[in-house]
Ligand binder design. Structure first.
Ligand code: UDX
Length: 456
C-alpha cells in the first residue's frame, strides 16, 4: 500500500469525513479550513457534526500524526515539507447550483486562484462534493495547468453512517478525462477492496445525481403505494416486505414516511431537473417524484386534520399538537429540508399550536454532544421545544411522530396518554407498535395500514 500525501480543502461534513477516513487508510492528510475557531476545535478533537465514530477517528488519527488541521489553503499547502508537497488535493467546498442549472463555483475558483499556481506538477485535484455536470471541465479551465489532472470522485455518504459508508463503500466512482490521474485517486482506496468504476468526468458527476434521484423516486413510489394501500385495504409493511425480497428491488429504502428531506435528496433532485431542462429534456418521472414528495407533507396534515376533527375539512385552529422529532431523520441534528419542519409550517398556517421534542436538542447526559458545550436551543424554526416527550405532550390533542428515533418506540405511552388532552397518535414513520399504543388507550394512525382509524 502506498501512503499518499493528501490535502483536503474544507472541513465540512464531506471534507472532515474524507480527511479522517483517508488518514485511517494510512495516508498523510492535512485539512484546510478558513474558519480559525473551527480549526482550533478540531485540533482539540472537538467535532461539531453529529456523526458516529467521527470524533474518535479524528482524535485517533491526529494522535497518530497522520491528520492535521491548518487555517487557510496557502498555509496548509506550505505545511507540507519541501519536496513533499501534496500528491492529491480534495476540494470539499460548497458548490451550490445557481439559477438555470449553472454551477456556483466561486468557492472552487477562489481555492484555485489561491493555490492553483503553487501546486507541484503532477498533482491531482479532486472534486468530492456533489457538483453539477461539467464542473471538472470548468475546474481544469480555471487551473490553466496541463500538468495537473482534475478528477471527479463523488461521495455517497449518508448522514449518521458516513464513516461506515466511507470505509465500507458499495462502490468507488472515479471519473476523469486524464486516465493516469483517475487511477491514482482510485489507488487511494485500494485497501477497501470495493468495486471501482473508472469513467469520464461527466459520467462520474452525473452518477451522483442518478443515484440520489433514484433513491428519491423509490421513496416517492413507496409513499404513493402507502396511500393506495389505505384506499384498497392493504398493508404497506407486508407489500414492501414482499417486493423487497425481489433482489432487483431490495429491502432498503422502502419505509414510508412524511416525505424525504435532508441536505442531499431535495437539492439533487432539483439540480438534476435543472440539468435536464438545460439539456432540453423533459424529465417527467423526476418531476413527479418531487411533486409526490411535496404532496406527502400536505397528506400528513390532512391525516392530522381528519384524526383530530373527524372531518376532512375540520379546523385545526388553536388545536395543540405535539411534534416528536424535528430533524430530517433520526440520528442527526440536521434540520436542512426537514419534512418535519415543512409539516410544522403547514400546521401553523392552519392555526395549530405546536410544541416539539427532539432528542438531538436536549441538555444532559443523554444529549448528543453537538455544540461543544452550548446549551440546547429553546425553539427550532418557531416550534418551541420541551425538555422531554411527556412535557411536549402535555395538553396535546394529538402527538405526531415525525422522525424514527428509537426512543419514541420505547416511550412509556401510558404516561404520554395521561398527559395528552385527546388520545391520538399520528405516526408518520410507522415506528411505534400500534398494539402498544392501543393498550395505552391511544388511537394509532399510521401510513398505509389497514387497521388505522380514519382510513376505513
Ligand atoms: C442521502 C443518500 O443516501 C446518500 O447516499 C447521499 O450521499 C446523500 O444523501 P442522507 O441525506 O444522509 O443520504 O439521508 P438518507 O438516509 O438517504 O435519507 C434521506 C431521506 O429519506 C430522509 O428524510 C429519510 O428520513 C428518508 N427515508 C429514507 C425514508 O423516508 N424512508 C426510507 O426508507 C429511507
Amino acid at each position: 500500500m502506498f501512503a499518499r500525501r493528501v490535502m483536503v480543502v474544507g472541513t465540512g461534513y464531506v471534507g472532515l469525513t474524507t480527511g479522517a477516513c483517508l488518514a485511517s487508510l494510512g495516508h498523510e492528510v492535512v485539512c484546510a479550513d478558513i474558519d480559525t475557531a473551527k480549526v482550533e476545535r478540531l485540533r482539540r478533537g472537538v467535532v461539531d457534526i453529529v456523526e458516529p465514530g467521527l470524533s474518535e477517528l479524528v482524535s485517533e488519527q491526529t494522535s497518530a500524526g497522520r491528520l492535521s488541521f491548518v487555517v487557510g489553503n496557502s498555509a496548509a499547502l506550505a505545511s507540507f515539507e519541501e519536496g513533499r508537497s501534496p500528491e492529491v488535493v480534495f476540494l470539499c467546498v460548497p458548490t451550490p447550483m445557481g439559477a438555470g442549472g449553472v454551477a456556483d463555483l466561486r468557492a472552487v475558483e477562489s481555492v484555485m486562484e489561491e493555490v492553483g499556481a503553487s501546486l507541484a506538477p503532477g498533482t491531482v485535484v479532486v472534486n468530492k462534493s456533489t457538483v453539477p455536470v461539467g464542473t471538472a471541465e470548468r475546474t481544469a479551465e480555471m487551473l490553466e495547468r496541463a500538468d495537473i489532472g482534475v478528477v471527479s470522485n463523488p461521495e455517497f455518504l449518508r448522514e449518521g453512517s458516513a464513516v461506515k459508508d466511507f470505509l465500507g463503500p458499495d462502490r468507488i466512482v472515479v471519473g476523469s478525462d486524464n486516465q493516469d490521474a483517475a487511477e491514482r485517486v482510485a489507488a487511494l482506496y485500494a485497501r477497501l477492496g470495493a468495486p471501482t468504476v473508472l469513467t469520464d468526468a461527466a459520467s462520474a458527476e452525473l452518477m451522483k445525481y442518478a443515484a440520489n434521484c433514484f433513491l428519491a423516486m423509490k421513496l416517492s413510489y413507496v409513499n404513493a403505494m402507502a396511500e393506495l394501500c389505505e384506499r384498497v385495504g392493504a398493508d404497506i409493511a407486508d407489500v414492501t416486505e414482499g417486493i423487497g425480497y425481489d433482489r432487483r428491488i431490495g429491502q432498503a429504502f422502502l419505509s414510508p414516511g412524511p416525505g424525504w428531506g435532508g441536505s442531499c435528496l431535495p437539492k439533487d433532485t432539483h439540480a438534476l431537473l435543472q440539468v435536464a431542462d438545460a439539456a432540453d429534456f423533459e424529465f417527467r418521472l423526476l418531476r413527479a417524484t418531487i411533486d409526490t414528495n411535496t404532496r406527502q407533507r400536505q397528506r400528513i396534515v390532512d391525516k392530522v386534520r381528519l384524526a383530530v376533527t373527524g372531518k376532512r375539512t375540520g379546523s385545526l385552529s388553536r388545536v395543540r399538537l405535539c411534534l416528536l422529532g424535528l430533524t430530517f431523520k433520526a440520528g442527526t441534528d440536521d434540520l436542512r429540508d426537514s419534512p418535519a419542519l415543512a409539516i410544522a409550517a403547514l400546521l401553523r398556517q392552519a392555526g395549530a399550536e405546536l410544541v416539539g421534542f427532539d432528542p438531538a436538542f436536549v441538555d444532559g447526559p443523554e444529549a448528543l454532544k453537538f455544540r461543544d458545550g452550548e446549551p440546547a436551543p429553546s425553539e427550532v424554526e418557531g416550534v418551541p421545544l420541551a425538555a422531554d416527550a411527556v412535557s411536549a405532550a402535555q395538553g396535546a390533542e394529538a402527538v405526531l411522530v415525525l422522525t424514527e428515533w428509537a426512543q419514541f418506540r420505547s416511550l412509556d405511552w401510558s404516561v404520554m396518554a395521561a398527559a395528552m388532552k385527546r388520545p391520538i397518535v399520528v405516526d408518520t414513520r410507522n415506528v411505534v407498535d400500534p398494539a402498544t399504543l392501543r393498550r395505552a388507550g391511544l388511537t394509532a394512525v399510521g401510513l398505509g395500514r389497514r387497521t388505522d382509524f380514519g382510513e376505513e
